[in-house]
Design a protein around this ligand. Structure first.
Ligand SMILES: Cc1cc2nc3c(=O)[nH]c(=O)nc-3n(C[C@H](O)[C@H](O)[C@H](O)COP(=O)(O)OP(=O)(O)OC[C@H]3O[C@@H](n4cnc5c(N)ncnc54)[C@H](O)[C@@H]3O)c2cc1C
Length: 539
């Protein structure tokens, strides 16, 4: 059995997969260790098909966790949440990770998003600027196959790109076109086509073009949407070894506080050790800090990479609020991907010194699966029920406001005293979306949604009532910075405390902006890969 590798990558999600491929292409030996099982698309589609109606809208219900690799799953108590708000993101511990069930929306950050402290006196600045990140965004867009608008005015951020998208954006559905017109004409707001990791007109990366099944979440049945599972066979063909059903529970330090090995449990609870020269933890924003805290040793009593006491702190997401209402004229949403457009300009402005920005999207989920139960509850039967389902499918809409939030050290992941099947501690997060975000909802985003609803002809708009849900874009727990005293990783995601340990992905992000952030996480993975490769080659 393999017991060592030049590069050891823990996690086979998009971040791990991107780094693995870069290292393989550079001629390095790569071993990937993955907690969860390898499954086929057909199995997940079958799981989805067999779900009861009430569970279908749940993104994770088609992915029951393995005993040894628990992830948040409805009905099971895994990720704890304390504090004034509830933190309940979902993510997957399956080979290929959470992009199995992502929507694929890929908004870049703006230059301003990376300089909150300098420009608005709040939050933290990034360790580098937008111009530094731009080439890695370009790489990500090519690697994942991201389609997006060709017109620079329709791009986000507008007119800042150094390369075109590899594919044109997908067409907007009839309802989205109507929404775009109404927003422009009545409110002067631009509803932009989403850049998304989905093949638009033609096959790309050996994957077919989107054929508009409209169940991207929980799974794209044809693989038109990028997910990291689609990359794993290619990585193996390039020479990677992938160990699945192998849960890393400790990283071991050696000379000079470098990482010497990682230890994992197989599904029979047998323990194994893998030595290496370069290590990457790519287990996402919850499991990576958890693993660092679990790896405390005599040299690092507060956990690995944690001399700053920032590991697990500053956890962030995009607190969002959903508004479902009925409109007087039919919109007939649901043709094409589930998220296909968004209003981004509302995320920017001098107001950010006072409150968070927000972005607004009209979800393009076919409405029938959400409204069928509501129609049944109305007591109607036969033809009347049919007509009610048809009416609500055409006229029910869902607008989401997604907010940025600031890093707060008190929003902290800790190890709970509760244990999982392997006897490992479960994670728990203290969660408070913060006054910066709350004020945005109260004074800015909710009044804006009320105006949007009115412009659309809403007949039953109801305010969100101050409650937030999570967007599942987990950020901040291994935060980036130039000062090792108050950050965990450098600008290339190398741990300040361990020269050969990289912690790329959402955990490194010091600001969230409003848009879905996996494109930024992946760009950080490309930056980390470049640094790791040059270190491995002694450059
Ligand atoms: C419903 C949903 C919709 C989303 N939509 C979007 C979207 O539209 N746009 C967007 O930008 N983002 C979206 N996201 C977020 C996106 O899925 C994540 O940001 C992204 O997948 C993170 O990638 P990652 O590689 O860091 O982590 P993951 O994809 O979670 O991969 C981590 C990997 O590490 C493995 N692992 C964990 N612990 C261990 C361990 N101890 N040992 C070994 N392996 C381990 C896991 O099994 C997994 O394979 C969505 C998320 C959800 C849940």
């Amino acid at each position: 059995m393999t017991s060592s590798s030049q590069v050891v990558i823990v996690g086979t999600g998009v971040v791990g997969a991107v780094i693995a491929e870069e290292c393989l292409d550079a001629g390095l030996e790569v071993l990937m260790i993955e907690a969860g099982p390898r499954v086929t698309r057909a199995e997940i589609v079958e799981n989805y098909r067999n779900l009861p109606l009430g569970a279908k809208p749940d993104a994770t219900a088609s992915y029951p966790p393995a005993d040894w690799a628990p992830h948040p799953f409805f009905g099971q108590d895994y990720l704890g949440s304390t504090g004034p708000d509830t933190y309940n993101p979902t993510y997957l511990r399956y080979a290929g990770g959470s992009t199995w069930h992502w929507a694929g929306t890929c908004w870049r950050l703006t230059p301003e998003d990376m300089q909150l402290r300098t420009l608005y006196g709040v939050g933290r600045d990034w360790a580098f600027d937008y111009a530094t990140l731009d080439p890695y965004y370009n790489k990500t867009e090519r690697a994942l196959g991201i389609c997006g608008p060709a017109d620079p005015a329709d791009q986000w951020p507008p007119r800042t790109r150094s390369m075109d998208y590899p594919m044109p954006h997908l067409p907007l559905s009839q309802g989205e076109q109507k929404f775009t017109r109404v927003m422009q004409d009545k409110l002067g707001l631009r509803n932009l086509p989403v850049a998304q990791a989905r093949n638009s007109g033609t096959p790309y990366d050996d994957r077919p073009a989107c054929c508009a099944n409209n169940n991207c979440v929980p799974v794209c049945p044809v693989g038109a949407k990028y997910d990291a599972a689609t990359a794993l066979k290619r990585l193996e063909a390039k020479g990677a070894t992938i160990l699945d059903n192998s849960v890393v529970y400790r990283a071991e330090t050696g000379e000079g506080n470098r990482i010497a090995a990682v230890h994992y449990y197989d599904r029979n609870r047998g323990s194994h050790r893998i030595a290496g020269e370069h290590f990457v933890l790519a287990c996402n924003g919850i499991e990576t800090p958890k693993l660092l805290l679990m790896s405390a040793d005599d040299r690092n009593p507060a956990g690995l990479a944690n001399s700053s006491d920032q590991v697990g702190r500053n956890i962030m997401d995009h607190p969002q609020q959903g508004y479902t209402f009925t409109v007087s004229e039919p919109y007939w949403l649901g043709a094409g991907p589930v998220v296909n457009s968004g209003i981004m300009e509302t995320s920017q402005g001098a107001f950010r010194s006072e409150h968070a920005g927000a972005y607004f999207r009209l979800n393009n989920f076919a409405r029938n699966r959400f409204i069928a139960q509501r129609a049944l509850k109305s007591g109607k039967v036969g033809r009347a029920l049919d007509e009610e389902i048809r009416r609500l499918t055409a006229t029910s809409v869902n607008i989401v406001s997604a907010h940025e939030m600031l890093p707060d050290p008190e929003n902290r992941l800790t190890l709970s005293s509760a244990k999982d099947w392997l006897g490992l501690p479960k994670p728990s997060v203290h969660w408070d979306v913060g006054e910066y975000t709350r004020r945005s909802s109260r004074d800015y985003s909710e009044p804006m949604v009320a105006r949007i609803a009115e412009a659309m002809g809403a007949t039953d708009f109801t305010p969100a009532g101050g409650k937030f849900s999570t967007s599942k874009h987990i950020m901040g727990g291994t935060i980036m910075g130039n000062d090792p005293a108050d950050s965990v990783v450098s600008g290339v995601c190398r741990a300040h405390d361990h020269d050969n340990l990289y912690l790329p992905g959402g955990g490194a992000m010091p600001s969230t902006a409003c848009g879905n952030s996996t494109i930024t996480m992946t760009s950080l993975a490309f930056m980390a890969a470049e640094a790791l490769i040059s270190e491995a080659k002694g450059a």
